[in-house]
Design a protein around this ligand. Structure first.
Ligand code: BGC
Length: 402
């Protein structure tokens, strides 16, 4: 029998998706332009994705039927503001229908305003580095607030730290999330300014909402003796973004893996270490390391000073659903242990509800639900009901040690 602890009162359970990865036909984004460029580097473009633009009702119904109570999804800036300053009321109404559909199923929507993708015009005018980018982003956020009056949880920007290292439209075409080695302090500060401008708008327009951003936690560990270099490596790739959340209502913790920093042969002399031959890997070629979530929560708590946390993404790309359940059990155990030590965690949202477009390929399957690539038929995997079971029992598995 699995050991458990009761979940705190009000603890919520659900799953997450993002517009570009599920909707299909998201042609007005710069990502789409890159995917269909003659020199595109992605293995395949997003195309119709999961056709969730039309089938979101099925997605939400399946989530609710499993016993989950929260759905995190993103609204697409490129649809809402197809040209700078031009607002599509029809697209706003579309996203409002998604929120209403959640409500009809007793599901709490958590809305992400920006999940990696942006309109073509935004890139053409200089993206985050344009002098007025925070104002332009905040204008979009103000428009979006029109449909969010009853939404309790709002994410301004998803994984700002990954925006720094994602090149073109791919984050994992074989090399893995943790191997990019570029940082850009100017870009980091520009994205932080956009976040703060968005927070100010949300506080004004939606005083009852809880708002914050989500950060990719890479669990940077040091080869013994390389702690100082690890800290240097980590600052602009993670901690700067955690620090920015100190005045927010919550922070989203997103955890999949760890990254070990130590000596390298390049000019810098330190960086991520290669995994030894035989390391257990997932379909994104990341190390199988469910314990990452516990480390991510503890580190986030330390750097933010303890603002409330929500696990806004955690999961595994695998074709073997039993492995997904095993990985998630390990992650939930690590979460329970961190909570036992005082981590203030308000909810757990699995990545992802659906097998979807994984930024360059449909191959790495993260979903609790399979999606037929031709008919778009949804087939729940056993992990969906399994996760729903934890929600229904209002308990969290422990390793027996927490
Ligand atoms: C992103 C998702 C992505 C997932 C798995 C996160 O970095 O927010 O869009 O699909 O990780 O790679």
């Amino acid at each position: 029998m699995t050991d458990t602890v009761p979940a705190p009162a009000g603890f919520f359970w659900g799953a997450a998706t993002a517009a570009h990865q599920t909707e299909g036909g998201n042609w007005n984004t710069a990502h789409w332009a890159d995917e269909y460029h003659p020199q595109a580097t992605v293995r395949e473009p997003s195309g119709d994705a999961c056709d969730s633009y039309h089938r979101f009702g099925e997605d939400i119904a399946l989530l609710a039927a499993a016993g989950l109570d929260t759905y995190r999804f993103s609204i697409e800036w490129a649809r809402i503001e197809p040209e700078e300053g031009v607002i599509s009321l029809a697209q706003l109404a579309h996203y409002r229908r998604m929120i209403d559909t959640c409500r009809a199923h007793g599901v709490e929507p958590m809305i992400t305003l920006h999940h990696f993708t942006f309109p073509r015009w935004w890139r053409a005018r200089g993206g985050w580095k344009a002098a007025d980018s925070a104002t332009v982003f905040a204008n979009y956020v103000r428009v979006a607030c029109d449909i969010l009056h009853d939404v309790s949880w709002i994410v301004t920007i998803n994984e700002p730290n990954m925006l720094l290292v994602n090149r073109e439209s791919t984050i994992d075409t074989g090399v893995g999330l943790n191997t990019h080695d570029e940082t850009d302090e100017v870009l980091a500060r520009a994205i932080a300014a956009a976040h703060h401008a968005a927070m100010a708008v949300i506080r004004e327009e939606l005083p009852g909402a809880k708002a914050g951003w989500t950060v990719a936690n890479q669990v940077f560990q040091a080869v013994p003796g390389w702690e100082a270099q690890r800290d240097l490596w980590q600052y602009w790739r993670e901690d700067f973004f955690l620090e920015q959340a100190r005045g927010d209502d919550f922070i989203g913790v997103q955890s999949y893996l760890r990254t070990i920093i130590g000596p390298t042969d390049d000019e810098r002399g330190y960086g991520p270490q290669d995994w030894p031959e035989g390391t257990r890997r997932t379909l994104t070629s990341w190390e199988y390391y469910p314990e990452a979530l516990g480390h991510a929560l503890r580190h986030t708590q330390d750097v933010t000073g303890g603002i409330p946390m929500v696990v806004t993404e955690n999961g595994i790309a695998t074709a073997d659903d039993a492995e997904r359940i095993a990985y998630t059990t390990g992650a939930l155990q690590a979460m329970a242990s961190a909570m036992g030590d005082g981590a203030d965690v308000r909810g757990y949202l699995h990545w992802s509800l659906l097998d979807n477009y994984e930024w360059g390929s449909f191959e790495p399957t993260f979903g609790l639900i399979a999606v037929d690539r031709v008919t778009f038929e949804r087939t729940p995997k056993p992990s969906l009901a399994w996760l729903g079971g934890w929600a229904r029992s209002a308990a969290i598995p422990t390793s027996g040690r927490s």
